[in-house]
Design a protein around this ligand. Structure first.
Ligand SMILES: NC(=O)c1ccc[n+]([C@@H]2O[C@H](COP(=O)([O-])OP(=O)(O)OC[C@H]3O[C@@H](n4cnc5c(N)ncnc54)[C@H](O)[C@@H]3O)[C@@H](O)[C@H]2O)c1
Length: 306
């Protein structure tokens, strides 16, 4: 029986450790050649080394498929180009990309420094753009199209200690939906089929070490099958979706849309009319994350960041 991703050429950023490495090994195990893209940095993005990408590429080659290591920084346009071009040069096509590279610089909003903001937005959000941009350009020219997979986080909804990370992950969701719309318009015009989706994983890695795991968690290997599916021909029909994956659970997120409206009786609203009508008509939408925070604050003593 042919393997699930036999003959495909897939690039995976952040493939040097944690979830990215688990996905890379699973994708290789299903017969695909792999571009292992990893800057080989510490959790905060420092001390880069090419050894990490090279060692995973060697491990993958021993599985009987081909691998190339790219050890650049994904926040650089040149690295995005190199990652995609490496697959095309060596194997002729780029059939899928998975953007897993990420770092953390945790700080409350009121204490966050500019460099902490910039670094996290650069690696996560721009690190998706650099890959998506070059992948989409190549995939729209291939008859076989391709698959784009982003990695967001449940924290895209909000995060008190990681506003930079939350903003980047929210940006990745919007960027991926935009890529999905671009993909749909390409195929509606008779072009190749491309899909773009996000996975919001939770797994035990160095990145999640400090998360108090009263929260539901699992292993990096649990995330891989969903990535493999989204990269496959069968998964190509899935587009513009966000799936959470943790342990044995896979959940789909809703699509954002307006839920209630109110209209001014005259030519325009006055603030006073809004004050009177809003609480009785469109109201506020309950925010499950603030409700959850309230619950947890009651349950545990929170260490105050000075
Ligand atoms: N672990 C979790 O529970 C969890 C939860 C939600 C989201 N995520 C996301 O999953 C992804 C992987 O996280 P992980 O837990 O496996 O972390 P990890 O730290 O084990 O892996 C991240 C990898 O990205 C690489 N990297 C960092 N900056 C890079 C750059 N500029 N260019 C190229 N490579 C770079 C690192 O070298 C590392 O190998 C991240 O995007 C993270 O935000 C993880």
């Amino acid at each position: 029986m042919a393997k699930y991703l036999e003959g495909k050429n897939i690039a995976i950023t952040g493939a040097g450790s944690g979830i990215g490495k688990a996905i890379a090994l699973a994708v290789a195990g299903e017969g695909a050649n792999i571009v292992v893209a990893d800057y080989g940095v510490t959790l905060d993005g420092s001390e880069p080394t090419s050894e990490i990408a090279e060692s995973v590429a060697n491990e993958i080659e021993s599985m009987g498929v081909q691998a190339e290591a790219v050890s650049g920084d994904v926040s650089q346009m040149q690295t995005g180009f190199d990652v995609v071009e490496t697959a095309i040069k060596r194997w002729g096509t780029i059939d899928g990309v998975v953007c897993v590279a990420g770092i953390l610089r945790e700080r409350m909003l009121f204490n966050m420094e500019e460099d902490e903001w910039d670094a996290v937005i650069a690696v996560h959000l721009k690190g998706h753009f650099t890959i998506y941009r070059h992948a989409m350009a190549a995939m729209r020219k291939q008859d076989t199209g391709g698959s784009i997979v982003g990695i967001t986080s449940g924290a895209f909804t909000a995060s008190t200690a990681q506003p930079n990370y939350s903003a980047a992950k929210g940006g990745i969701v919007s960027l991926t939906r935009s890529a999905a719309m671009t993909a749909a318009s390409i195929s509606l015009r008779g072009g190749p089929q491309i899909n773009a989706n996000c996975i919001a994983p939770t797994a035990r890695t160095r990145m999640s070490e400090k998360v108090p795991f009263e929260f539901e968690t699992g292993e990096p290997d649990d995330i891989a099958p969903m990535a493999v599916y989204l990269l496959s021909d069968a998964g190509r029909k899935v587009n513009a979706q966000i799936y959470s994956v943790v342990g044995r659970r896979i959940s789909v997120w809703n699509q954002p849309k307006e839920v209630r409206s109110m209209f001014a009786s005259g030519a325009a609203w006055t603030p006073k009319e809004i004050e009177e009508l809003l609480p009785r008509t469109i109201r506020q939408e309950p925010n499950p994350f603030i409700e959850d925070l309230e619950r947890r604050m009651k349950e545990m003593a929170i260490e105050k960041e000075e």
